[in-house]
Design a protein around this ligand. Structure first.
Ligand SMILES: Cc1cc2nc3c(=O)[nH]c(=O)nc-3n(C[C@H](O)[C@H](O)[C@H](O)COP(=O)(O)OP(=O)(O)OC[C@H]3O[C@@H](n4cnc5c(N)ncnc54)[C@H](O)[C@@H]3O)c2cc1C
Length: 617
């Protein structure tokens, strides 16, 4: 490894990681006139040498291919169970890697560069819970809504769309509306398709609800255009049929990459973005104040990369006059804290790391959703997928690539969604997403299934508000290039001793089955491939869920909360026992928020900017 380079320029703030949390925060601080260095371990997807880029990044329907794109992906292999026998029962288990694939993006924009772009407001209760836990009133749901307003620039609300169309006036360009555009992609072929129309009708009602209740729900659906982010629906914790707002602009992916690039262009002297910079530790002065970071400069340095570099990188340092803010995500932020001597002193000792702050909560409390697919093979191919090879230049690509941006590639494959409340929760906790494609979770090569089959309908059930917080992220080496050990401790190994999460997921499967019953009776569905007709009883379904569930919203590993209760951060996102050091990403939540986590993480980025800018020190 080479010697440290010459002393670098000092910034007011150093932000580590450019994902939903870090990108949002860095941009806002720079806009407010603060000098910011944004360090990102990956490269910029639109400049990486790869034959499928930039399409994998930009085309909404290619998101699965984005998550497997070797130039961008960071593959983690995680344990759902510590018990080897139990773990091996999962068909997604990759024995050579000792775990189940958990995709992450090591690139500018973080996971917003490959995610499915679904943007859905969290539960109000998620914010109120943080207020109750900390006594900090700024977290209450009514106050938090303003951060969503700063973000969301919704192109699908009808009135706004009409105004824009008739007058050519774009409110966001005039300082109204947020920076993150959302659109609904719903190709007319899908609405015209009798199969999908049937699913739509079926899902508009809840089998258990009374006729009056069903009518009320349908009325609200039309009143709010099925927009899950409509404040009236959020406030009422409502459930029923919903459309899917996607973070796209003109049906091209947008996220924190576009945000930071645009701000850096406008304020080049305020925001410096440095890619290929893997931060390896936080630098402190003698009083535990963070003063900067040490990082390795070079491409593909992290071990989770598909093709990690053999080169050791060039060691560099950067200094922050005010603060260092860690935004590496739920796996990397706790790893970086531990490498910097902040974590359980006992655990750090095993790796020869001296504890600066003995903070056992770091890396603990790992949470996620439980997800499962009900996979139907249809008797016919979906008309809307005709000509789709999921590659540049195919028939569907041409539809997307024309001026009007049409066709199935404008969607993420999800055609509609139903929010439901299981018997296990007081609030809606199940999100059922209908996807025209074959999808049964993440394993190496999973995206191929989507390209190869045009006659599948997969209902993905996401269990929100999960109760298991027994997972953890732990070091397995003191080498910052080695990914940490990630153990989720699913179901029986976890903390949900009454099995409520499991019961709720099974309820979700039963609901989807009930919804699809008619299609089966009509012979539209050829077969239920998963869980399959052989699994009918509750016990059989539970076993299926235990063996096949996955998640992709890992969070909560540096939770806000009192130190003595395992908390890592104060309510203003400062790391306990330190100064000048905060965390702003998916790891800050004490409990996993919402149905889809990115909106809440973006909101955290906006809130953090407010808190930091208000700080007088
Ligand atoms: C396949 C997939 C699909 C998803 N789809 C959706 C969806 O449709 N809707 C939704 O709401 N959520 C979705 N998510 C989840 C969501 O995108 C993430 O939870 C969210 O982006 C997390 O934000 P973050 O800021 O915590 O971290 P990230 O967005 O992961 O960003 C972290 C960044 O930090 C960088 N970094 C890490 N360590 C270092 C280091 N040491 N030095 C420098 N840089 C570092 C990483 O390269 C990365 O760019 C999806 C996730 C996956 C995996």
């Amino acid at each position: 490894m080479s010697e440290p380079a010459a002393p670098a320029r000092a910034y007011e703030y150093i932000v580590v990681g450019s994902g939903a949390g870090g990108g949002t925060l860095a941009a806002r601080l720079a806009e407010a006139g603060r000098s910011v260095l944004l360090l990102e371990a990956g490269g910029d997807a639109l400049q990486l040498a790869d034959e499928r880029l930039p399409d994998d990044y930009q085309v909404p329907a290619f998101h699965a291919f984005a998550s497997e794109n070797p130039a961008m992906k960071w593959d983690f292999f995680v344990r759902h169970y510590n018990d080897e026998e139990r773990q091996k029962r999962d068909g997604k288990y990759t024995e050579q890697r000792g775990g189940v694939l958990y995709p992450r993006a090591g690139t500018l924009g973080g996971c917003t560069a490959h995610n499915a772009m679904i943007f859905i407001y969290p539960h109000n209760a998620d914010w109120d819970y943080i207020e109750q836990l900390t006594g900090d009133r700024s977290w209450n749901a009514a106050d938090m809504r303003k951060y969503f307003a700063r973000l969301e620039n919704c192109r699908h609300r009808l009135l706004k769309r009409w105004i824009m169309k008739l007058t050519g006036w774009n409110p966001s360009r005039h300082g109204f509306g947020g920076w993150l555009t959302t659109e609904i992609a719903m190709p007319m072929e899908a609405l015209g398709n009798r199969y999908l129309r049937k699913v739509l009708e079926e899902s508009a009602v809840d089998a258990s609800s009374q006729i009056g209740e069903r009518l009320k729900r349908l009325r609200w659906f039309f009143k709010t255009r099925g927009d899950p982010n409509d404040w009236r629906l959020v406030r009422a914790n409502s459930f029923g049929l919903r459309f899917l707002p996607l973070t796209t602009q003109g049906h091209v992916r947008v996220g924190s990459r576009e945000r930071v690039r645009s701000v850096a262009k406008t304020f080049p002297e305020k925001l410096s973005i440095e890619c290929d910079a893997l931060v390896t530790r936080v630098l402190f002065n003698g009083t535990h104040r963070a003063i900067g970071v040490e990082y390795l400069k070079g491409e593909r340095l992290y071990g989770a990369h598909a093709n990690p570099s053999k080169d050791a990188g060039e060691k560099r340092q950067a200094y922050a006059a005010r603060e260092v803010i860690l935004c590496g995500g739920a796996f990397n932020t706790p790893q970086l804290l531990m490498l910097s001597g902040i974590g359980s002193a006992e655990e750090l000792k095993q790796y020869g790391i001296e504890a600066r702050v003995d903070l056992p909560g770091v890396g603990k409390n790992l949470q996620d959703r439980y997800e499962i697919s009900v996979v139907y093979r249809m008797n016919e191919n979906w008309q809307m997928l005709a000509g789709a090879k999921f590659s540049k230049g195919d028939d569907q690509y041409q539809e997307w690539d024309n001026k009007k941006r049409e066709g199935v590639y404008t969607t993420n494959g999800g055609v509609l969604a139903v929010i439901k409340r299981s018997k296990q929760d007081k609030l809606p906790d199940l999100f059922c997403l209908g996807l025209v494609g074959k999808f049964k979770g993440y394993f190496p090569g999973y995206s191929k299934l989507i390209a190869e089959h045009h006659n599948y309908l997969s209902w993905i059930i996401l269990k929100a508000r999960t109760l298991n917080n027994a997972g953890r992220v732990a070091l397995q080496s003191a080498d910052p290039r080695q990914p940490p050990k990630i153990e989720f401790r699913y179901f029986d190994e976890g903390s949900d001793k009454q099995g409520k999460d499991l019961d709720a997921v099974v309820e979700g499967i039963q609901f989807v089955r009930a919804m699809t019953q008619d299609l089966r009776a009509q012979g539209v569905v050829a077969a239920e491939e998963l869980p399959g007709d052989e699994r009918r009883s509750e016990e059989q379904l539970k076993e299926f869920v235990r063996d096949n569930a996955w998640g992709h919203h890992a969070s909560c590993t540096c939770p806000i909360g009192p130190r003595e209760k395992g908390g890592v951060l104060s309510s203003d996102l400062r790391v306990h026992g330190t100064a000048g050091l905060r965390v702003v990403d998916a790891s800050v939540f004490p409990r996993i928020p919402g149905y889809f986590i990115a909106s809440a993480v973006y909101m955290i980025g906006e809130k953090a900017a407010d808190v930091i800018l208000a700080d007088k020190q």
